[in-house]
Design a protein around this ligand. Structure first.
Ligand SMILES: Cc1cc2nc3c(=O)[nH]c(=O)nc-3n(C[C@H](O)[C@H](O)[C@H](O)COP(=O)(O)O)c2cc1C
Length: 196
């Protein structure tokens, strides 16, 4: 009774939600992606820097190029998912920062003048946003299959540029037959939470 979120929504987002390895043919529309983004864009990031960038791999030709860079065990699901997205971190996010964090426009030059500082912040905050994105996919009644098993340098060269670091590739769609392995255990509260 401690959670205010509707129990059905708790199941949809977490308890019943699974990482899908197979998908049906049902397409995922741009409208669904727009709705997902318009929800998860509100997830918090440091200085509201929002460094996540999402590349939708829509054409068959681009899909084929991506599959070549996936680890062998990830190739079939990436080839057959209705939609595949490449999530990356924009290491030049600071250019938008004065507009995105008008309360403190000096942050751009004070904290993010150095590329190394931007890369650290972009990696951390884009990863947070990737998690929001996965939950948003679930909120749309879809399943996500996030993957880091791919050639990062190859994907960066093929689809991004030197300012964008790949984070993960996410298969998106309705789960297909035998979509998941048995649920793996999770750590218990007492294994994870300490109080000081
Ligand atoms: C960042 C990230 C990277 C992952 N990389 C892969 C991958 O390369 N290949 C794969 O088959 N599963 C991958 N997974 C899937 C995880 O193994 C799966 O989400 C986890 O075991 C929980 O499964 P469940 O949601 O069905 O409980 C990845 C998941 C995440 C979040």
């Amino acid at each position: 009774m401690s959670l205010v979120l509707d129990p059905a929504a708790q199941d949809l987002l977490f308890r019943e939600a699974r990482t899908a390895n197979t998908f049906t043919d049902e397409p995922v529309s741009d409208e669904q992606l727009q709705a997902i983004y318009d929800l998860v864009k509100y997830g918090p990031t440091a200085f509201n820097q929002t460094p996540l960038r999402i590349t939708l791999v829509r054409s068959a030709e681009a899909r084929e190029r991506l599959v070549q860079h996936m680890a062998e065990g990830n190739q079939a699901k990436t080839a057959t998912a209705p939609l595949v997205a490449i999530l990356s971190a924009d290491n030049e996010f600071h250019e938008e920062l004065p507009a995105l964090f008008p309360a403190f426009p000096q942050a751009k030059d004070l904290f993010f003048a150095e590329r190394s500082a931007r890369e650290g912040a972009a990696g951390m905050n884009a990863a947070l946003q990737a998690a929001y994105f996965i939950i948003g996919v679930r909120a749309a009644g879809l399943a996500a299959g996030p993957m880091t098993g791919f050639d990062f340098a190859g994907v960066q060269k093929e689809f991004l540029d030197g300012d964008h670091t790949p984070l993960m590739v996410v298969n998106i769609g309705k789960p297909g037959a035998d979509a998941w392995y048995p649920r793996s255990p999770r750590l218990a509260y007492d294994d994870v939470i300490t109080s000081v």
